[in-house]
Design a protein around this ligand. Structure first.
Ligand code: C5P
Length: 286
């Protein structure tokens, strides 16, 4: 661990340094052909704050600018004011939160479906939004592409928005797969609803990707770097893994949540706008 000075920074917390050292050493030994990366999007690959100002999540993007009507923005904000504190409440269990999250996503998706936006609207909203990839994200994406390491972005946000953010602020490479909630459009290109089953913050261990052959195809890549900002993200890659390095970004309610995050994540990064720590580990492993 001494070889990676970023791991000793004041805002980087590690409960079990021996374990982290061992996992990183195993990853170095096994090399790039054994590695895959699974990352959440909002507040993990994207920033929570940019120069101190709170940035948009995928959903927030739709509330910025002048594309969507005021009734949408008001109702979407009211929903978030009610449900976000429940999502982040460290005193509730995941089991207690799941039905409440399903309720939030259902109401938010129904609300958006009333607005019949187009693909162009999504692009325009993203271009004018405050959604920001973390500093170092371009290097991270380019390096994974250059070394042929698959990157799964697994998000409970909106796939169409994520794709536009990445295309606008970095490059969407062909080693990257974005599994998320995608909009469905009619023949006129107007949004009518969402495709497939809903992905919310706490069902990332089931459905969508796990029913497909994504992880089966990558079976020989049994070293995983997992990056998330919520406790639900911990279950994004539960199958067939030998060495897993779980890196958690703790952006809000730091004091209340730190102890729990340090129990669940191998490395916890506090209030950071960059991917510097992850990139430093990658530089060592690759
Ligand atoms: O990419 P990730 O899985 O983190 O995206 C989900 C995030 O989007 C959640 O953390 C939630 O707070 C946020 N969200 C939102 N508005 C909604 C639904 C989810 O801001 N309607």
């Amino acid at each position: 661990m001494n070889d990676i000075p970023e791991l000793s920074l004041q805002n980087v917390r590690i409960a079990n340094p021996e374990h982290v050292t061992e996992v990183i050493q195993n990853m170095i030994r096994d090399g790039q052909n054994k590695l895959q990366v699974v990352a959440d999007f909002d507040r993990t690959l994207s920033k929570y704050t940019h120069r101190g100002q709170i940035c948009s999540t995928c959903h927030n993007v739709l509330e910025e600018g002048h594309v969507l009507p005021e009734f949408y923005k008001d109702e979407a904000r009211a929903l978030r004011d009610h449900y976000f504190p429940i999502e982040m409440n460290p005193k509730l269990t995941i089991e207690e939160k799941i039905p409440v999250m399903v309720e939030w996503w259902t109401k938010a998706h129904d609300l958006l479906s009333k607005c019949h936006i187009t693909k162009d609207d999504v692009r325009i909203m993203v271009e004018n939004s405050t959604a920001r990839l973390r500093d170092g994200c371009t290097w991270f994406f380019d390096q994974l592409q250059a070394t042929d390491i698959p990157l799964l972005i697994f998000s409970a946000g909106i796939g169409d928005v994520i794709i536009e953010v990445i295309k606008h602020q970095a490059t969407l490479h062909d080693n990257m797969k974005v599994v998320s909630n995608y909009l469905e459009y009619d023949d006129q290109g107007k949004m009518t609803g969402f495709q497939d089953e809903m992905i919310h913050v706490y069902n990332k261990n089931e459905g969508a990707i796990h029913d497909s052959d994504y992880f089966q195809k990558l079976e020989q890549r049994n070293n995983v770097i997992l990056m998330g900002d919520s406790l639900g993200d911990l279950h994004m890659a539960d199958r067939g893994v030998q060495n897993k390095l779980k890196i958690g970004f703790l952006n809000v309610k730091v004091e209340e949540s730190l102890e729990l995050y340090m129990k669940k994540y191998d490395i916890v990064i506090l209030e950071d706008e960059t991917l510097n720590v992850v990139n430093a580990i990658l530089r060592k492993v690759l």
